[in-house]
Design a protein around this ligand. Structure first.
Ligand code: FMN
Length: 219
């Protein structure tokens, strides 16, 4: 059956009450977080091994963007959380300019999600909770790796790791204060669904007055 799109405009300017039928006539949720959760789950069900892998774009005060992959560790209506080194290149750029972009691509379902928003550090408690949920070996790597800094060679890094491992108190390691999470609070989501003849679907959600305006963009 042909997919169809129904866009029912809500009263007034605000389209947040819009009802949209997307691929397979499944309604696009009015809440973009719910929509994200559905697509995220679909990617996993279709065999994507790392549906939480996302591209993070940052841009410091020099106006030059940079990008890299990070892993989504938590998502709910308060935002998208990932963990990293606060003194890394991305950490420095976020300190200069908190506005970032996240991009997910799930080839199995031909879907892309783009998110734009502001990143702020999560609480020390939240960072501790995640840090101590990780295997000891990964915690040790976070402790000894000066992420994004130039190092002389790999051997020195491995030696540092080994020395820490051999210390009797290695199991009691604290989370380094320079390592923790960021929460990205979105102000914009775009859901892209690949379709026939390159007539793809694009659903844009923009934050307005505490709600979401949903619009359809040309592919
Ligand atoms: C699939 C994938 C997931 C990654 N996840 C993370 C992550 O969650 N946190 C992190 O700090 N680096 C992660 N990395 C490494 C980053 O891409 C990057 O190399 C590192 O964070 C340093 O980036 P920066 O120098 O721009 O700060 C991941 C790399 C890949 C390929």
């Amino acid at each position: 059956m042909q997919n169809r799109i129904i866009h029912k405009k809500a009263k007034g300017k605000n389209h947040s009450g819009a009802v949209v039928c997307g691929p397979g006539n499944k309604p696009v949720a009015e809440d973009p977080f719910l929509q994200f959760t559905r697509w995220f789950a679909d990617a996993g069900k279709k065999g994507n091994k790392e549906p939480g892998a996302m591209h993070l774009s940052t841009c410091g005060k020099n106006g030059r963007p940079s990008g890299r992959m990070v892993l989504l560790k938590n998502v709910d209506s308060s935002g998208f959380v990932f963990f990293t080194n606060y003194e890394s290149r991305k950490g420095k750029q976020i300190a200069e300019n908190g506005f970032v972009a996240l991009t997910f691509f799930w080839p199995e379902t031909e879907r892309q999600v783009r998110i734009e928003g502001k990143a702020t550090k999560v609480t020390a408690r939240e960072s501790d909770k995640y840090f101590f949920s990780r295997p000891l070996e990964s915690r040790m790597s976070a402790c000894i790796s000066p992420q994004s800094k130039v190092i002389s060679d790999r051997e020195t890094l491995e030696k540092k790791w080994q020395q820490l491992m051999e210390r009797s108190d290695s199991k009691g390691l604290k989370r380094p204060s320079g390592w923790g999470g960021y929460r990205v609070v979105p102000s914009r989501f775009e859901f892209w669904q690949g379709r026939e003849h390159r007539l793809h679907d694009r659903y844009l959600f923009r934050k307005k007055r505490g709600g979401w305006i949903m619009e359809i963009l040309a592919p």
